[in-house]
Structure formats: C-alpha cells, structure tokens
Write a protein that binds this ligand. Structure first.
Ligand code: FMN
Length: 347
C-alpha cells in the first residue's frame, strides 16, 4: 500500500510531500476509530523487544530520528505505529523559518535525501503547547537546537533555556550540535567549546533534577564528518562530564562517489539515507571502542532494512533511529526490522 502512496507523494516536491504525510499521520492519531485501527493493526502485532538504556525502558530499540516531527504535529500517530521511541524537534527557543525553499531534495535512485532545512521551528512555546495536547504514547526524546540569530558564543544559553523548558516533559533530551545547516553549530563539538557546553548542561540538569525530583537524561548528537581523533576526544568529554548518551550520526556534508553524478549531488546541506550507512556505522564502531561498554549509544544513518539495522546494533549501538528509510520504505520498515531482529536473535 505504501508503494502506491509513495508513487503519488513522490510526484510532489519533497517538502510538500513531507508536510502532507506529517499532517496525515497527525490526523490519524487524533481521529477515533482510526487511531484504534492503527494501534491494533500495527503496534499490537509487533514483537516486543524491550531495551534498557539511559535509565529508561524502550519497548523496542527502533526509534524515529529527529527532524521528522519538528513541531509535534504527528506524535500520537507515529506512536501508534509502535516505534520504540520518538525524537521530536529540533526545536529552537524562538520561532524561525529556516532556510529559503527549496531545501529538501530526493536522490531516489540512491534511497537518499539532501536537506538544508536550517532548523525551521515554531519555537519552544508552540512546541510545548502542542506536546501538552498529545497523549504522549511513546518514549519521548526532545531534540534541542539554537536559533540562527544567536551568536555561536551564546549558544549555551539557547540550549539551557531549551533544557529548562522541556525538562519535565521529555523522557530524554538531545543536544543537537551536529546539524550542518546552522552556521558554526558543529564547532560546538570541539574541545573547549564542548567542555563549556557540557559543563553548563550538567550543572543545570543537576539543579533541575533536584527541583523536580526527576532525572531526565541528556544525549549529545554528533556528525559523521568527524575523524577518529575527534571521536576519541568527544567520547572522553561525554564520559568525563557524565553525559547520559551519544547519538551518531546526523547527516553528512560529504558526497559519496556513488551519488556524484546525480543532478542534486551539488546541493548544499546534509546527505542522509543509504549513502550514509557505512560512515554512520563506522563512527559507531569507533565510538564503541573508546566508550565504556555500558555507555548508551544510539546509531542512526542509512538504516533501510533489517540487515542495516542489525549491522548497526552489531556495531555497538544499543538503540537505532530511522528517518530517510521511512520516507522510502514507509512504516512497514519498522516491522521488517523487528522481525529481522527476532529471527537473527539466538533465542
Ligand atoms: C529532512 C531532514 C531533516 C532533519 N532534521 C533534523 C533535525 O531537525 N535535527 C536533527 O538532530 N537531525 C535532523 N535530521 C537528521 C536525522 O535525524 C538523521 O540523523 C539523519 O538523517 C541520518 O539518518 P537517516 O539516514 O535514517 O535519515 C534531519 C534529516 C532529514 C533528512
């Protein structure tokens, strides 16, 4: 059925198709008995494969990656498909429109996308208002960003205001310092800037945990365009600051030779989907080698079937996320992955 929907959706420009799908899923999650139908047909039939990580229990290890539901429009509907967790956002403190359109491109033959959305966000106020109206049926990650207008030297204050605002509503919070589409954002992954950010976040987290009698774990999301030396430094910083998890990876600014001749290959922005899979998995392998065994690692990038999902878990990820694969394969991708994992497991 998704193949038919896809052939219609792919006639539209990618962002219009995206908006339509997000609104449709949002509506399905709100309209009775469609929601019940979704819950029975999809969620009810999935194998349960619980995972403990970051002090939380995930019903299964497959989540929706950030960027798909930036403004909490489809949350309940997405949850009814049975994802193990859903990462909302990136949300910025103030509303901003992002980069000029067009800013999302399909590389259909490669199962890939290039995007330079630039954190289009309706802002924290709108985000929390929407979240308050949902049934919050899934483990809820909230991914935080900074406003484009905030100078990079003041980025910490944007992340802190985000953390304070979403602290009680989130099951975990992601600090996104790896989008390629916000100027200088990725510089926060480096040495002193990273130290300063992590220190401020952990201090605020301690204060909030004491005030609210609730500990909300913090994960840091990093780019695939980091070398081994940078990964070692990041691993040591997150362990040193007692950060709760790492998410690897965001989209890449690199262009693999396989897509070089595609008409959209020259578009600026982050590449996601199949061409990213090997790099993202290699980063997870490298991180796993320099992190303590139990350190929670979320693997994301180019997962488009059971094989690539299992490979990411074998690489050392405790949990995985999908985005571009969902656009190309539809929601049955979740079931395919969970069934594949069930068959691959020795029990
Ligand atoms: C259109 C689009 C928008 C995205 N927006 C965000 C975002 O707002 N925040 C974020 O952390 N990652 C964002 N991402 C990155 C994804 O969460 C994910 O890390 C990346 O696409 C790799 O996974 P994939 O190959 O399964 O898509 C976005 C990706 C796409 C394709």
């Amino acid at each position: 059925m998704y193949a038919l929907a896809r052939s219609l959706l792919f006639r539209l420009d990618p962002e219009t198709a995206h908006r339509l799908v997000v609104s449709g899923i949002g509506l399905a999650g709100r309209v009775h008995p469609v929601d019940q139908y979704l819950a029975d047909l999809w969620r009810g039939r999935l194998p349960s494969q619980p995972v403990r990580a970051m002090g939380l229990t995930f019903p299964n290890p497959v989540g929706v990656a950030a960027g798909l539901d930036k403004d909490v429009e489809a949350f309940d509907g997405l949850a009814l498909f049975g994802f193990g967790f859903i990462e909302l956002g990136t949300v910025t403190p103030l509303a901003q429109s992002g980069n000029p359109k067009p800013r999302m491109f399909r590389l259909t033959e490669h199962g890939a996308l290039i995007n330079r959305m630039g954190f289009n966000s309706k802002g924290l106020g709108h985000f929390l208002n929407r979240l308050g109206k949902t049934r919050q049926l899934a483990v809820t990650g909230i991914n935080l960003g900074k406003n484009a207008k905030t100078p990079i030297e003041n980025a910490v204050s944007d992340y802190l205001s985000g953390l304070r605002a979403v602290y009680t509503a989130a099951d975990y919070v992601t600090i996104n310092i790896s989008s390629p589409n916000t100027q200088d954002l990725r510089s926060l992954q480096q040495d002193a800037a990273l130290d300063r950010l992590l220190e401020a976040l952990k201090e605020e987290q301690r204060r909030l945990a004491a005030d609210h009698h609730k500990y909300t774990p913090i994960a840091i999301k990093i780019a695939p365009d980091l070398n081994d030396e940078q990964l070692v430094k990041i691993a040591s910083a997150v362990v040193g600051h007692e950060v709760d998890g790492l998410i690897a990876t965001n989209t890449t600014t690199a262009r693999t030779p396989s897509i070089a001749s595609h008409r959209h290959a020259g578009e600026s922005g982050g590449l996601s989907g199949r061409p990213l899979a090997d790099t993202a998995r290699e980063k997870v392998i490298a991180l796993r080698q320099c992190l303590p065994q139990a350190f929670p690692l979320i693997g994301v990038g180019g997962i488009d079937g059971a094989d690539s999902a299992i490979a990411m878990l074998d690489a050392g990820a405790n949990l995985i996320q999908i985005y571009t694969g969902l656009i190309y394969r539809g929601p049955s991708l979740l079931r395919e992955i969970l069934k594949g994992m069930e068959n691959a497991s020795p029990h």
